[in-house]
Design a protein around this ligand. Structure first.
Ligand SMILES: [Zn+2]
Length: 716
């Protein structure tokens, strides 16, 4: 193990009040509350820069990046938190402890990653796993992440710390016995749980693992599925089994097996956007009553913060206040012995603020202010009832009916669907396996008022700028703690001020030429105004400027239309439309052109590619516009993981450039070689294409079907 550059591994770096392990508090009569608090063991933190050495091999952007833990640490330092805690350097896990969870083959592999002889194989090995990258620093980081969680657990159980937060990466909860997946190499929390259970002298017989990462903790579930000594509770997005890691594992009916039956509890959200009120309802009606009955000796939290407000992958809305409340409620159990281990969380600001709120809560500095501003979704009560119904034979108190007066106050997801779920013809692959969503803290206040069900939207081509706005909710969240403050009614103006490119680009018009589902105007308008139309599984979040297109015209152009890919998040099984990037005078493609602004075009590009980033700067800027007008096309580097990264220039109309987006030429080659599947449109997708062509008065229904079938069946 490498010598730490800061101090010996796992020795305290700062220590204001020395830990008094095992010391008994004086009688209350002898000391004030503060004195008593100061005599309790301190809160521990682990942070170690060496875990930043795990990064993508060529420095390409990735949501699970070293800056995640750096931004947390910077925030904590800024707030003077480390001085109030015991700070430990990372400590590498021992193979014998890892072996309680992982196969020897897997341990050998992770250990070998950093070897020089492995240089040429690293990418190949990583590609065999689902959503994994590897570099020279990966082995050490994986060992440090697992070992650090073990170390904090050990110290909490021994009484040197009263609780702790291990700020570690790579995360762990997706990792399975013989498989790295979903950015996770070793299952840190499972290794720590087994470590505690395997040492009888520590006296730990029952462990509650609470996994509040937005993704299901599939790896952890599998490790303890038959083991009543670990009660595994996971609340996560499920979306009918389509949300990463997908499949049945995260379903409510997965309750454990044999002696472990009843000790595996999944709370699967039906959709995104769940926030403080929804999580609190789950705590109050499911988790806390079970925790009370189970009476764990220690609580380990798989603390992912990708359900936090503004997270690009999660699409949920927990505020820092919400996290502190969830944590505070757990501190009533296991004598407050809680160890939090970082899992996901990909919006750096949200992540840092959420962790800060949690550490303050562990420190019992009761200054976290806020209030629950919403009622739970009606789907939340439905999920609670499902879970309770399935588990009531194990936990009889779950049979109690939820009071009618609670059920009466709900919000409906149909009224607020908007920003948090992207919807596109394309899915970014290999980003925790799920299409990402764009959702930023300063968008959050718009939920609930921008969104109108699509049928209510007024489509008016002539009146540019008729975006509907309503009053925003009042903000009763305290801002003094450095938490994100939701926007005021001037949100758009403020947003533009921070993104000056938007002001400039909102004044530049272009034609966006569409050839796929966007030919049907109601579907295209989802990209502008948010929402979804029939056949789409997820709503779009829309453009920042939800003005309608200024004009719509049709053209036929000399390009080849084809269908590729075999499954999309939005349309399910089936391929989607692409345009061959090179023109071909033997071909004709019908295209519906929308006159929109360059700002809107950028927002459409983002949604089509489901890129993981906020548009602090334009994806397609003026120099790219210049470039494509001279060279016909440009593959945007930042979107290269998306399916539509290639912007084509198709000439001019009315002296404005005509632009479209499609796959790269190399993807065309992959289609030709069979490397990428070429599959015809699904029924729902086909339906929308036909509607576009028919309602646009280009073809009859039969002609439209024939046109699409021909494009889908002819060889490239
Ligand atoms: Zn996650």
């Amino acid at each position: 193990m490498e010598e730490s550059h800061q101090s010996a591994s796992c020795t305290p770096r700062h220590l204001r009040s020395p830990p008094r392990a095992g010391s008994k508090p004086s009688p209350a009569t002898m000391a004030s509350q503060d004195d008593l608090r100061n005599r309790r063991p301190p809160v521990g933190l682990v942070y170690d820069d060496r875990m930043c050495r795990h990064s993508t091999p060529d420095g390409e952007p990735h949501p699970e990046c070293p800056d995640r833990i750096r931004s947390i640490w910077t925030k904590l330092e800024l707030e003077g938190i480390p001085q109030r805690c015991v700070v430990l350097n990372g400590k590498e896990a021992e193979d014998e402890h890892i072996a309680s969870v992982h196969t020897n083959r897997h341990i050998k592999l992770i250990k070998a990653i950093s070897n020089k002889e492995f240089d040429s194989q690293r990418d190949r090995v990583a590609s065999k796993f689902n959503s994994i990258y590897l570099n020279k620093g990966s082995s050490e980081a994986a060992y440090l992440a697992a070992g650090s969680v073990v170390e904090v657990c050990k110290r909490v159980v021994e009484g040197q710390l009263r609780s702790g937060f291990a700020i570690v990466r790579p995360p762990g909860h997706h990792a399975e016995a013989n498989e790295a997946m979903g950015f996770c190499l070793f299952n840190n929390i499972a290794i720590a749980a087994n470590f505690l259970l395997d040492k009888p002298e520590l006296g730990i017989k029952k462990i509650l693992i609470v996994d509040w990462d937005v993704h299901h903790g599939n790896g952890t579930q599998k490790m303890f599925y038959k083991d009543p000594r670990v009660l595994f509770f996971s609340v996560h997005r499920y979306d009918s089994g389509t949300f990463y890691p997908a499949g049945d594992d995260g379903a409510y009916f997965m309750i454990g097996e044999g002696p472990g039956a009843g000790y595996n509890i999944n709370v699967p959200w039906e959709h995104g956007q769940c926030g403080d009120a929804d999580y609190n309802a789950i705590w109050d009606h499911v988790l806390l009553p079970i925790a009370k009955a189970y009476n764990p000796d220690i609580i380990l939290i798989s603390a992912g913060f990708d359900a936090a407000i503004g997270d690009p992958l999660g699409g949920c809305c927990i505020t820092p206040y919400g996290y502190s409340l969830l944590l505070m409620k757990l501190m009533d159990f296991a004598q407050g012995k809680i160890v939090m281990a970082l899992e996901g969380g990909y919006n750096l600001t949200s992540l840092a603020n959420s962790v800060f709120a949690c550490v303050k809560t562990l420190l019992e500095e009761k200054t976290i202010k806020g209030s629950l501003r919403d009622h739970p979704f009606d789907s939340t009560w439905r999920v609670i009832q499902q879970v309770c119904q399935r588990l009531k034979s194990f936990w009889p108190f779950l049979a109690a009916e939820i009071p009618q007066e609670l059920l009466a106050f709900t919000r409906k997801v149909t009224q607020t669907q908007l920003i948090y779920n992207s919807t596109s013809d394309s899915d970014v692959e290999n980003e925790e396996g799920t299409p990402s969503q764009v959702c930023s803290a300063n968008m959050v206040e718009e939920v609930g008022d921008i969104v109108q069900p699509f049928s209510n939207l007024r489509v008016d081509e002539d009146k540019h700028g008729e975006a509907k706005t309503t009053d925003h909710k009042t903000n009763d969240q305290d801002s003094s703690e450095g938490y994100p403050v939701p926007e005021t009614s001037d949100s758009k103006e403020i947003y533009k001020k921070h993104n000056p490119w938007r002001i400039a680009y909102s004044k530049i018009d272009i034609w966006y030429a569409t050839y796929g589902s966007n030919m049907w105007k109601p579907r295209f308008l989802c990209y502008i105004r948010g929402g979804k139309v029939e056949g789409m599984s997820q709503p779009c979040y829309g453009s920042r400027d939800n003005s309608l297109p200024k004009a719509v015209i049709w053209r036929t152009l000399p390009h080849r239309l084809f269908f590729a890919r075999s499954h999309t998040y939005t349309w399910g099984a089936g391929g989607v439309a692409f345009l061959h990037p090179e023109s071909n005078t033997n071909e004709r493609v019908h295209m519906c052109l929308y006159k929109i602004t360059l700002e809107q075009f950028n927002d459409v590009l983002l949604q089509e590619n489901i890129a993981i980033q906020h548009l602090d700067s334009p994806l397609f800027d003026l120099s790219s516009l210049q470039y494509v007008s001279e060279n016909n096309s440009r593959v945007l580097e930042v979107l290269k993981e998306g399916w539509y990264p290639n912007v084509l220039y198709l000439g001019k109309e009315d002296n404005l450039p005509i632009l479209t987006m499609t796959c790269s030429l190399s993807d065309v080659e992959r289609c030709k070689s069979g490397d990428l599947p070429m599959v015809g449109a699904s029924k729902d997708y086909m339906n929308v294409l036909v509607k576009g062509l028919v309602e646009g008065k280009q073809l009859s229904e039969d002609e439209a079907i024939a046109y699409i079938n021909k494009a889908a069946s002819a060889n490239l």
